[in-house]
Design a protein around this ligand. Structure first.
Ligand code: AMO
Length: 425
């Protein structure tokens, strides 16, 4: 049975089978060392003859384990049999045994099939898998149902025109910007509490370190809330749980990037700042008067929260109505909304809020956003037949991963990022 590299030291003086990729070959003449890599780590092989395979080839090896303080994990294998399962071409465009940060991001993405092999890059996706697992586990523990809704839609649900169109037989349809409409429908179905993890598509022409044209959206929607305060409280609990699980189970991935998660329970301390007050705070922090919350402003707000509240996160609420989508529940004066963003480590990772659930208020809102009942007839019908007060939020999974690990660009947190110029591999 195959043993994983990190378990090899448990098999001292035994003959075992291992398999993996040739990470590094060091030819010293009399003795040659080969470092083999698998999903768990590295193991050193010792050869007295010249290895007949090149870097990145895939091997199956049977051999005896002996101790060697200088080898990874303090053990090495002297092979008695080596099977070359798959040879690699001798010239490899990037060196997987180097630090990937030696390469510009474009080189890593142009060579994505290989760059995903860097253990440090693989750690990003190992951590992302854990994050997705912890998010779902928490939702199930809170009696939410997981849904999967269509990404092919006939009208936008977020306003704006940033939709990709797709040929659909003789018609044009669009790729969903978010599951907003469907998650509200599923709440009104009587499920009451739903979540979805799926791709969302934004035809935005940005080229920034925070935008992808296809990202993974973790969406939450719940019935019988009173205001956005219930949602912010829920998100505090959710993120505290995710950070605690990461601290307990994913230290290796954090170490790969020299990263840490917020201290246990830290999200309880994240302050809630009103949108107008946030602009004042940004002015005090940066000396710059702002008319909207800029990326620089988001960083300044988090610096302030870290200093004053001991947490690198801020909830912003009280957003003006014209800055939020048509479905957002207005405040009593009709000018602002019961909505919020969460800024974490200087970047917006969440938007959410209470939704309009009364038909008359919904119909009243549509023309303010240049929309009509005819164009929004499916949406309006959610509220025609009895729909509870509800609300929700969405977290960008790549942005959350990016900020946990301290990655410079959100594209690093997507195995196959899509941007304006990149649709391959
Ligand atoms: P919003 O459009 O703010 O809200 O998106 C929610 C969250 O999704 C992530 N996100 C992105 N991540 C990477 N690249 C992008 N281009 C991108 N766009 C958005 C961000 C953002 O905070 N329906 C609402 C959510 C809700 O109210 O439930 C919505 O989609 O982390």
């Amino acid at each position: 049975m195959r043993v994983l590299a990190h378990d090899v030291p448990k098999h001292l003086n035994q003959e075992i089978e291992i398999a993996g990729w040739v990470h590094r070959i060091r030819e010293l003449g009399q003795v040659n060392f080969v470092i083999l890599r698998d999903r768990s780590g590295f193991v050193q092989l010792v050869f007295h003859e010249k290895p007949e395979f090149s870097h990145e080839s895939v091997l199956r090896v049977i051999g005896r384990v002996s101790s060697n303080d200088k080898a990874p994990g303090g053990a090495e294998i002297t092979p008695s049999s080596v099977t070359l399962l798959s040879p690699a071409a001798p010239e490899i465009p990037i060196n997987i045994h180097q630090d990937p940060e030696k390469y510009p991001l474009d080189a890593l993405l142009d060579n994505r099939i290989l760059s995903l092999r860097f253990p440090k890059i693989r750690a990003i996706f190992q951590l992302q898998s854990a994050i997705l697992h912890y998010l779902s586990a928490y939702m199930h523990s809170q009696q939410f149902f997981e849904i999967k809704t269509s990404k092919l839609i006939s009208t936008g649900t977020e306003g704006g025109t940033n939709l990709f169109s797709v040929d659909y037989f003789e018609n044009k349809v669009f790729l969903a910007q978010s599951p907003q409409f469907y998650k509200e429908v599923m709440v009104s179905s009587g499920l009451e509490r739903v979540f979805e993890i799926s791709h969302a598509y934004r035809a935005e022409k940005h080229d920034t370190p925070r935008h992808l044209n296809e990202y993974v959206s973790f969406d939450v929607e719940m019935a019988f809330i009173q205001s956005e305060a219930d949602l912010m409280d829920f998100e505090r609990g959710l993120l505290n749980y995710v950070f605690a699980q990461i601290a307990e189970h994913n230290q290796a991935e954090l170490d790969a990037w020299g990263a840490t998660v917020p201290a246990p329970g830290a999200m309880e301390r994240a302050p809630v700042v009103d949108h107008e007050e946030a602009k004042e705070l940004i002015f005090k922090e940066t000396g710059k008067k702002v008319f909207e919350i800029t990326p620089e402003g988001e960083r300044a707000l988090c610096d302030w929260a870290q200093r004053e509240h001991g947490v690198d996160a801020v909830f912003l609420n009280g957003w003006p109505r014209k800055k939020r989508p048509f479905y957002t529940y207005p405040s009593a004066d009709g000018l602002r909304t019961m909505s919020f963003d969460l800024i974490f480590r200087g970047l917006e990772i969440t938007s959410g809020g209470r939704r309009i659930h009364e038909l008359s208020m919904f119909l009243d809102a549509l023309p303010k956003f240049g929309l009509t009942r005819e164009g929004m007839s499916d949406y309006a019908s959610i509220f025609e037949f009895g729909c509870p007060p509800h609300g929700g939020f969405a977290i960008g999974v790549e942005r959350l991963t990016q900020k946990i690990l301290g990655l410079a660009n959100v594209k690093e947190a997507s195995p196959f990022p899509r941007d304006r110029k990149r649709v391959r591999p």
